[in-house]
Design a protein around this ligand. Structure first.
Ligand SMILES: [Mg+2]
Length: 258
């Protein structure tokens, strides 16, 4: 197999250990070298921090991300929701997310659109209200459908996918997804690299959203064992498996950016 010519790198569990953007040992050096030699973009399902906040934290920790595209579910949210500008949007999510959606020009309230993100203070009362909005004809969207998120090394929490599963089971309505692993997300991300799907590798620690689905779309895949999962499930195969991001050094030797 030919080596990839560009990379879509996941963030938490791949470059950094947690949402505090603390790098894995060696990840900063290898990433900075990789982005010097190849087209690289960062792909994240983070729905609690803005792109600008993430980039400034990464910069403080030594990552050179100034001209590196950072694609998040907000990128796709905008593409999809522009046709619903007149509708009120009910958001399950933390304050910063609600503010950001409002800043993008949407009206918040109990209307016909439901968007689900991570809310670490979610209550049954809110889930009940959301269930009723959906059953009364509301359209259900999710930032992503990750099963778990990495709280810190050695501890995970139920993620957005778990909240969506609750609502989908209760209402028999399937959510539309803005983030990984939706095909639209990967199509948007690919546009920034100017390469064909089969030339690009997705690098990540999530077997479902960063390995299984991207492989179906035609990307190469690189699984890292340092994040949420220590091993790939038996039915999922990656093109490369490394212990952590320093394994990416394999692609640096002798390569120069065209
Ligand atoms: Mg990850």
């Amino acid at each position: 197999m030919t080596d990839p010519r560009g990379f879509l790198c996941d963030l938490v569990g791949t470059l950094v250990k947690s949402k505090y953007m603390d790098p894995f040992p060696g990840a900063v050096e290898v990433f900075n070298e990789l982005r010097r030699k190849f087209p690289v973009a960062i792909i994240t399902n983070n729905s609690t921090q803005t792109t600008e906040e993430l980039k400034s934290k990464l910069t403080l920790n030594g990552f050179q991300v100034k001209n590196v595209p950072l694609i998040s579910p907000f990128t796709v949210l905008k593409e999809i929701l522009d046709k619903y500008k007149s509708e009120k949007i009910f958001v399950i999510g933390e304050e910063v997310v609600k503010q950001r959606i409002e800043k993008m020009g949407y009206r918040l309230g109990e209307g016909g659109i439901v968007i689900v993100g991570l809310d670490r203070h979610l209550t049954y009362e809110t889930l009940k209200k959301t269930t009723n909005i959906i059953l009364n004809g509301g359209k259900l969207f999710g930032f992503h459908n990750n099963k778990l998120y990495l709280v810190r090394e050695g501890e995970v929490g139920p993620s957005v996918g778990a909240i969506l599963a609750f609502l989908e089971y209760a209402t028999d309505i399937k959510a539309e997804i803005f983030g990984k692993p939706d095909r639209r997300f990967y199509t948007s991300a690919l546009k920034y690299l100017n390469l064909h799907t089969e030339e690009v590798a997705v690098v990540g620690d999530d077997p479902f959203t960063e390995i299984q689905m991207p492989a179906k779309y035609g990307f190469k895949t690189i699984f890292l064992k340092c994040g949420k999962y220590k091993e790939l499930p038996q039915n999922i195969k990656a093109d490369y498996v490394f212990n952590d991001f320093t394994g990416m050094e394999k692609f640096l030797a002798g390569s120069e950016r065209a």
